[in-house]
Design a protein around this ligand. Structure first.
Ligand SMILES: [Zn+2]
Length: 420
C-alpha cells in the first residue's frame, strides 16, 4: 500500500512536502517525496490529500481503568485529599466498571491519535480481555502497592511476575510498576529492581510528584507523612533524602526505568536521573490540576534526560461544568506549549512520539516514520502553510482523520480514494 499526502512529518527526519509512504507486511519500507515513490513502487495508492501524516503518538503514562472517574474529583492542591477521594471512588467500582472505563479510555486515545500507550494496570484481571478490545499497542505495567494490605513485598512481586508469565503477550508488552516511593515499602522497590534486571523487564514508578511527597522523604513530616504513618507504612526510610534519592538508594534508577512526574527535584536529582539513563514522563494537564510548581523541563533536559509526555488518568484533569474531557495527547502537547512557550513545536512533537518510544525500548519501531518501523501512522486535516505544520500539529483539536496500526486501518479515512 502507498499512502500519499500533501505533508509527511516523519519526526526523525525533515518534513516532506507532497510525500508518500510505502507499507508492506505492517512495516514502512519507504518514506520519500511522491515523485520518488511513484516510479519505484507498485501497490494500492491511498491519496489522503490535504492532511499531515505523522507517526501515531506515544502516550508514555496512562491509567485507562480510571477513565470513568473523569471530573469526579475537583481541582485540588492537596495531594492527600485527592488520594483519599480516589481511594473512596475506587471502592465503589467493580470489575465491569473498570473494564468499561479501560475500554472507553482506549477508544478516546485511538480517536485522538495515540497508537502506543504505557498503561498502569491497577486491575490486571482485565487482561487479556482489555487488550483484545482495542487495536492500540499497549505496554501494560502491573501496579504494585501493598501498604494498606500489609502484604509481603516478595509475595506482591511474585504475583505480578506470575501474571506476566501466564499472559505472555505476543503483540503487547508488560512491565512492573511499584506504584510510587511513598505508596510502597522500600523493600518492594529494592526487590522490583533486582527482579527487573534478572528478567529484563521495564519498570514504571511515580516519583517526586507532590510537595507533600518531597516533605515526607526530606523532612520526615507533613500531611503525607502523617497519613501514611496512620495507614501502617513503615516510615523509617524517610528523613534527609529526596524522592529521587530514595529510588537511587533502592537501586532502581536505570535505562529500564520510567520515572513519572519528577516535579520536585533537589540539588543532584536531575543528574542522578540523567546519569542512570532513567526516562521521565511529564503529564501537563495533571500537573496543572494539582497546581504543582513549574515542571523542571530545562533542568532535566540540560542534565540530559529523555523526557516524554503522558496523559495520566482523567481523574486528575480539570473538567469545567458541561465540558467533555478526553484522554488526548494533542491536548497534552498544547498544554505543554502553553506552560513552556520557549520550547519549539517540533521538540514538543518529539516528546509525544520518539522520546516515548525510546522510554519503552521501542526506538525505531514506533514514534517515527522511518524504514523498518511499524506502520503506526495518523493523519490530521491541514491545508495551511508548510512552515506552520508543526505548530498545526501541536494545536490540533478533536479527533484525527485516520489512524493506522501495524499497517491496518484502526480508523479509516472518510475521504479515502484508492486507485490500483
Ligand atoms: Zn499516574
Amino acid at each position: 500500500m502507498i499512502l500519499r499526502a500533501r505533508i509527511v512529518v516523519p519526526v526523525s527526519t525533515p518534513l516532506i512536502e507532497n510525500g508518500a509512504l510505502v507499507i508492506d507486511g505492517g512495516r514502512i519500507i519507504a518514506v520519500a517525496p511522491w515523485a520518488e515513490i511513484a516510479g519505484r513502487f507498485k501497490g494500492t495508492i491511498c491519496d489522503l490529500g490535504e492532511v499531515i501524516l505523522l507517526p501515531g503518538l506515544v502516550n508514555a503514562h496512562c491509567h485507562l481503568d480510571y477513565t470513568n472517574l473523569a471530573g469526579e474529583i475537583g481541582t485540588t492542591s492537596s495531594f492527600i485529599d485527592w488520594i483519599k477521594s480516589i481511594t473512596t471512588l475506587k471502592m465503589g467500582m467493580d470489575r465491569a466498571d473498570y473494564m468499561a472505563s479501560w475500554s472507553r479510555g482506549a477508544q478516546m486515545l485511538l480517536r485522538t491519535g495515540t497508537t502506543t500507550v504505557a498503561d498502569i494496570e491497577a486491575v490486571p484481571e482485565l487482561l487479556p480481555e482489555a487488550w483484545q478490545s482495542t487495536p492500540l499497542r499497549i505496554y501494560s505495567f502491573l501496579e504494585m502497592t501493598g501498604i494498606k494490605s500489609r502484604r509481603e513485598p516478595e509475595r506482591i512481586l511474585d504475583e505480578a511476575c506470575s501474571k506476566i508469565e501466564s499472559l505472555r503477550p505476543s503483540r503487547n508488552q508488560m512491565g512492573l510498576s511499584p506504584h510510587a516511593s511513598y505508596s510502597t515499602q522500600f523493600e518492594l522497590l529494592l526487590l522490583s529492581g533486582v527482579r527487573a534486571r534478572q528478567q529484563s523487564l521495564r519498570l514504571a514508578t511515580h516519583v517526586a510528584e507532590s510537595a507533600e511527597e518531597f516533605e515526607m522523604f526530606f523532612h520526615k513530616r507533613g500531611s503525607m507523612f502523617d497519613f501514611l504513618l496512620a495507614n501502617n507504612r513503615v516510615m523509617d526510610d524517610c528523613g534527609g533524602i529526596t524522592p529521587v534519592g530514595h529510588l537511587e538508594r533502592a537501586g532502581i534508577l536505570g535505562k529500564n526505568l520510567i520515572a513519572v512526574h519528577a516535579n520536585y527535584l533537589h540539588e543532584k536529582d536531575a543528574e542522578r536521573l540523567a546519569q542512570s539513563g532513567s526516562h521521565i514522563v511529564h503529564c501537563p494537564r495533571s500537573h496543572t490540576f494539582f497546581r504543582h510548581r513549574p515542571f523542571p523541563f530545562l533542568e532535566l533536559k540540560t542534565a540530559g534526560t529523555n523526557i516524554c509526555l503522558g496523559t495520566d488518568s482523567l481523574a486528575s484533569v480539570d473538567k469545567l461544568r458541561g465540558q467533555d474531557i478526553q484522554l488526548n495527547m494533542f491536548e497534552e502537547m498544547s498544554a505543554f506549549a502553553k506552560s513552556n512557550p520557549s520550547v519549539s513545536p517540533d521538540t514538543i512533537l518529539k516528546l509525544a512520539t520518539m522520546n516515548g518510544a525510546l522510554a519503552l525500548g521501542m526506538k525505531g519501531a514506533v514514534g517515527e516514520l522511518t524504514i523498518g518501523a511499524c506502520a503506526d501512522i495518523i493523519a490530521i486535516p491541514y491545508s495551511g502553510g508548510i512552515a506552520d505544520s508543526h505548530e498545526a500539529i501541536i494545536s490540533h483539536s478533536g479527533d484525527v482523520a485516520a489512524s493506522m496500526i501495524d499497517g491496518q486501518w484502526a480508523l479509516r479515512p472518510e475521504s479515502l480514494s484508492a486507485n490500483e
